[in-house]
Design a protein around this ligand. Structure first.
Ligand code: HEC
Length: 115
């Protein structure tokens, strides 16, 4: 390794270091932050920026209470079809079944952390 590449490695370490120390231990699902957090909040507490304007309010996933059932299968169903008459969209058009399955698992970890 030449001197130049050593300097580059050094720079990369300095630049990336703050990211690695500020990131939470379990990096939250990026998909959730992107698609769901505007309503459900970055921690799934139902307090996203859009939540104040909504009625009914987006679910607080950390409450451990489910309106449509808290099993993985039922959560997948809710995400896939949405909740008609509320702000909760059906995601089947924009997310793959795999992504919806991952999100359901992620939401369950949020609710389990609270209990
Ligand atoms: C535009 C706002 C909005 C977005 C974006 C949104 N939701 Fe929702 N969500 C809601 C609202 C409002 C409800 C509550 C519906 C009700 O109480 O009947 C809800 C309810 C739910 C429920 C039902 C839980 C229960 O009690 O059974 C699940 C699961 C859910 N959302 C998952 C998601 C996931 C996963 C995403 C991202 C892919 C997402 N939501 C994105 C607004 C949103």
């Amino acid at each position: 390794m030449g001197k130049k590449s050593l300097v580059l490695v050094f720079l990369a370490v300095i630049l990336l270091y703050p990211i690695s120390i500020t990131a939470p231990q379990e990096p939250p699902d990026k998909l959730f932050l992107e698609k769901c957090a505007p309503c459900h909040g970055p921690q799934g507490k139902g307090d996203g920026p859009a939540a104040t304007a909504l009625n009914p309010k987006p679910r607080d996933f950390t409450s451990g209470q489910w309106k449509f059932g808290g099993s993985k299968e039922q959560i997948i169903k809710t995400i896939t079809g949405g909740v008609p008459g509320t702000a909760m969209p059906a995601w089947k058009a924009s997310l793959s079944p795999e992504q919806i399955g991952q999100l359901a698992g992620y939401i369950l970890t949020l609710s389990q952390k609270a209990n």
